[in-house]
Design a protein around this ligand. Structure first.
Ligand SMILES: Nc1nc2c(ncn2[C@@H]2O[C@H](COP(=O)(O)OP(=O)(O)OP(=O)(O)O)[C@@H](O)[C@H]2O)c(=O)[nH]1
Ligand SMILES: [Mg+2]
Length: 423
């Protein structure tokens, strides 16, 4: 019996957190990790991305006692890698709580990640409700962006949620916040909405309780599914033209298939209606870039102003994009100081989340997810680095050329339908 199949002495709390690019998932998980650590838990964070060299992993390392990552695809397509990372968190660190951040362009997480974990590994994990983190400004703007498939993906993330976590309460006009809550109640009337700010901590205790409250035990050991998993699973996408797949159960209308009834109040026990061709088309609209560079201050003994370099780079990089998912920069100086900035397409100047001050040299990580052709993103990055160097008196070199790409068609390893509602 391998470590990851072995029953743990006490179930590890496992929470998957989803939500659109830039919604505040990493900031939320960092805040939850600090809160839960203060309550005596041993918390591990797991980042996830289509590529490697992740800003989020750097942030997770700073926020939790243990941090890991799943790279090269989302949790649903890399399910075994997710299990391996979580197993290491438990064996190496003794984690009793694992918080895993899904890729911001990923959806259908109930069927592809939450249910497989709950049903097949329910003796090891107490799988928390699925949170979908939402930026109210994005919610208000996504329908007007002229990106119908991305708006569809955003809506499917909401429909998949057990709990909608409405973030950034500190930054949102109260009237907009109220309007968003009204719209969410109309669109997803059975899904609870928690309003909070990951930045200030307002509302965070309620979110913490949601993740740590007891959840129903998994169904009796899923021997049939373990013995013949394919027979119990919904069709997996074929990919490419004609790759459209049915919902994980016979199609109903609207958000979910099958009848509503007692026990169907969470996303976990409802089947999401989703068109994988539209989901894949939405992801393919995004150009995806993870890039590493060395930044130096050739003319100043004091160093270059790292926040100015980062903010200038992001402003230039995102200027021409049809839609900004999230572009972020993380700089680390040899003495450990860090600078971090983000642009999330909210019409504001890039946010400097951490300012490590002047740096003689730094290792820079750039992660960008924008709507534009991948080749244009490569060229935009080169121009943005030149502008940042000029603004900050810096000189940047990179070990490799930027190599943006478009995410591939999602092919989840598992796709489990909901259990019938209890009678
Ligand atoms: N004002 C405010 N900003 C926030 C809050 N939470 C996150 N942000 C900011 O939103 C930006 C994106 O936050 P992240 O936590 O990186 O978002 P994410 O959802 O993890 O992004 P991806 O992993 O790229 O999908 C950063 O600049 C954060 O500082 C909040 O509660 N209030
Ligand atoms: Mg993140």
């Amino acid at each position: 019996m391998t470590g990851r199949d072995a029953p743990a002495s006490a179930p590890v709390t496992f929470a998957v957190v989803g939500g659109f690019l830039g919604a505040g998932k990493t900031t939320t998980l960092a805040a939850l990790a600090r809160e839960l650590t203060a309550r005596g838990r041993r918390v591990a964070l797991v980042a996830n991305d289509q590529g490697d060299e992740l800003v989020d992993t750097r942030l997770a390392e700073a926020a939790a006692g243990w941090a890991g990552e799943v790279t090269g695809g989302c949790f649903c397509c890399r399910f075994e890698d997710l299990l391996d990372v979580v197993t290491r968190a438990v064996e190496e660190y003794g984690a009793d709580t694992v918080l895993a951040e899904a890729v911001g362009s990923c959806t259908d997480l109930q069927a592809t990640v939450v249910r497989p974990l709950h049903r097949r590994y329910g003796a090891r994990f107490r799988v928390a409700p699925l949170l979908t983190v939402v930026d109210p400004a994005r919610f208000a703007a996504i329908g007007r962006a002229g990106e119908a498939d991305l708006a569809y993906l955003f809506d499917r993330q909401l429909a998949d949620a057990d709990v909608i976590a409405l973030n950034k309460a500190d930054a949102v006009d109260p009237a907009l916040s109220a309007a968003v809550r009204t719209a969410l109640a109309a669109l997803h009337p059975r899904t609870p909405v928690l309003t909070y700010s990951a930045r200030t901590g307002t509302g965070l205790p309620a979110l913490t309780e949601t993740l740590t409250a007891p959840t129903p035990a998994p169904p009796a050991p899923d021997a049939a599914a373990a013995a013949a998993p394919a027979a119990r699973e919904a069709p997996t996408p074929a990919g490419g033209p004609g790759g459209r797949i049915a919902p994980a159960a016979p199609a109903g209308s609207g958000d979910h298939a099958g009848p509503a009834g007692p026990g169907t109040t969470t996303g976990r026990n409802r089947d999401l209606v989703i068109d994988y061709d539209r989901y894949a088309a939405a992801e393919a609209r995004l150009a995806w870039l993870n890039h590493t560079a060395e930044v130096r201050a050739p003319r100043s003994a004091a160093g270059f102003p790292s926040a100015r370099w980062a903010a200038t780079l992001l402003a230039e990089l995102t200027a021409g994009a049809a839609l900004v998912g999230h572009a972020k920069v993380h700089l680390t100086a040899p003495d450990g100081r860090t600078t971090k900035a983000s642009a999330v397409g909210d019409g504001r100047a890039p946010a400097v989340d951490a300012d490590g001050g002047a740096m003689r040299s730094a290792r820079a990580l750039v992660n960008a997810r924008l709507v534009c052709p991948a080749a244009e993103l490569d060229a935009a990055l080169a121009a943005a680095v030149r502008a940042a160097d000029a603004a900050a008196g810096a000189a940047t070199s990179a070990p490799a050329q930027p190599a943006a790409f478009h995410p591939a068609y999602p092919r989840p390893v598992h796709r489990l339908p909901a259990e019938p509602p209890p009678r």
